[in-house]
Design a protein around this ligand. Structure first.
Ligand code: ADP
Length: 404
């Protein structure tokens, strides 16, 4: 059976996963960190062959001045630690790319034009697209005979109707500067919403789902019949929900107010809203486990942080209920969504009239990493926890594209 190598290239790292597409499971995974920072660290993991056998983890240090060198180190790990790539059929290398603008509504086979497009879209994602592109260029050299597929975080949201993606701002901002809502985390929202329909035994085309992807970054999406129709992140990933270090929604005049009154530059405000805001700004920590520990110790700031976080979630659930008209499932996913029962309970508190309730016992006794309903049996709207799997989704989309 064929395999797909999935690459997620950041500015100084490459995360990778080799998936056996028969099983839909990883046969190796790892990360190269500190690329271009002198000594890089490669961690390569191979799961145990049989259930109960422990995974093997290898760590190496070597100099990787750029992504090409990083990928060479990955190839070297495969040939010395295994599984040997020469012995398997590698059908594709699938790349996570953050911003596809309005140009890409689905996965594409990478060629020189696609590379130029990703580069041209860099002003919309200055931290991510150049790093994603470096990974693609490195992989095209490392695997010259394997098809390379780009899967965009924004693509799933290209089905947003104009009424949902248009900001009410001057025309030339929208045309010349491409100002509109794009949305992110699309790969995760696509995977999780499809799984929800499958688990419920429903036709995807006739299933409406609200997905709350709550990781360090967080976004909500309303999905109607398999198509994203509303999403909380906008032009950039700053808009919407309260996140680990991002503010989410604020008054759009906040920038101007702080520039006028606090002597800050627009860039300083932008950095603060992205990196020093959110739960971190309110509680002093951005990891929810730490925040709840503080709440339990009676810390009023931490309590306010979780109250603001859950209040924003409830507001979005209500709004997306209105956008969909009928909701067939509410799904929690990603680090916080999958693991934090108190956030899940807080997000739906008081929404009984909408048909949304949680069974406390199911919610609190969830087996980690499993797909489960946490609403009472026979609930009007199933509330579910579905672990996201962006690597698998990238691999599936890559294969689908090649088989088309
Ligand atoms: P990323 O956006 O970086 O991919 P993840 O989806 O991995 O993030 O989520 C990371 C976040 O998940 C952590 O910052 C932490 O707040 C939260 N998290 C992880 N495990 C738990 C847990 N057991 N309880 C509460 N929150 C958790």
């Amino acid at each position: 059976m064929s395999h797909v190598l999935v690459l997620n290239s950041g500015s100084s790292s490459i995360k990778y996963q080799l998936l056996d597409m028969g099983e839909g499971a990883p046969v190796a995974s790892g990360v190269v960190e500190r690329i271009g920072e002198g000594q890089s660290i490669l961690t390569h993991k191979v799961p145990g062959n049989t259930p109960g056998t422990p995974a093997r983890k290898h760590e190496r240090r070597e100099a990787c001045p750029d992504h090409e060198a990083g990928l060479k180190a990955v190839l070297d790990a495969f040939s010395t630690i295994g599984p040997d790539l020469d012995g398997i059929e590698l059908a594709a290398v699938g790349h996570r790319v953050v911003h596809g603008g309005a140009r890409f509504g689905g996965a594409v086979l990478v060629d020189d034009q696609v590379e130029r497009d990703i580069e041209e879209l860099a002003p919309l994602a200055p931290l991510h697209n150049p790093a994603n592109l470096a990974g693609i260029q490195g992989a095209r050299k490392a695997f010259p005979n394997v098809p390379q597929v780009a899967v965009f975080d924004t693509a799933f949201h290209q089905t947003l109707p104009p009424a949902a993606y248009t900001y009410a701002v001057p025309a030339h901002w929208r045309t010349e500067h491409k100002v509109r809502r794009y949305g992110f985390h699309g790969t995760s929202h696509a995977y999780v919403s499809r799984r929800a329909a499958e688990i419920l035994g429903r036709d995807v085309a006739d299933t409406n789902v609200i997905v709350l992807h709550l990781g360090n970054g967080a976004s909500a999406t309303a999905i109607q019949g398999g198509r994203s129709v509303e999403t909380s992140m906008g032009l950039t990933p700053l808009e919407g929900l309260v996140m680990g270090t991002r503010s989410g929604d604020v008054d759009p005049s906040l920038h101007a107010y702080l520039v006028r009154n606090a002597g800050m530059s627009a860039a300083e405000v932008d950095t603060a809203l992205n990196k020093q805001s959110g739960v971190l700004a309110l509680a002093g920590a951005n990891d929810m486990r730490e925040v709840w520990r503080m709440v339990d110790e009676g810390d009023a700031d931490a309590k306010l942080a979780v109250d603001v976080y859950c209040h924003r979630l409830r507001k979005y659930i209500g709004a997306y209920y209105a956008a969909l008209g009928r909701v067939d499932a509410l799904v929690f996913t990603a680090g916080v969504g999958e693991n934090d029962e108190r956030v899940r309970a807080g997000a739906v508190a008081g929404l009984e009239r909408l048909g949304l309730t949680i069974d406390p016992a199911k919610n609190e006794n969830l087996e980690r990493g499993t797909e489960q309903a946490i609403s009472p049996d026979g609930a009007e709207i199933p509330v579910m926890v579905i672990p996201t799997n962006e690597e698998l989704e990238i691999a599936v989309q890559s294969l689908d594209l090649l088989n088309r």
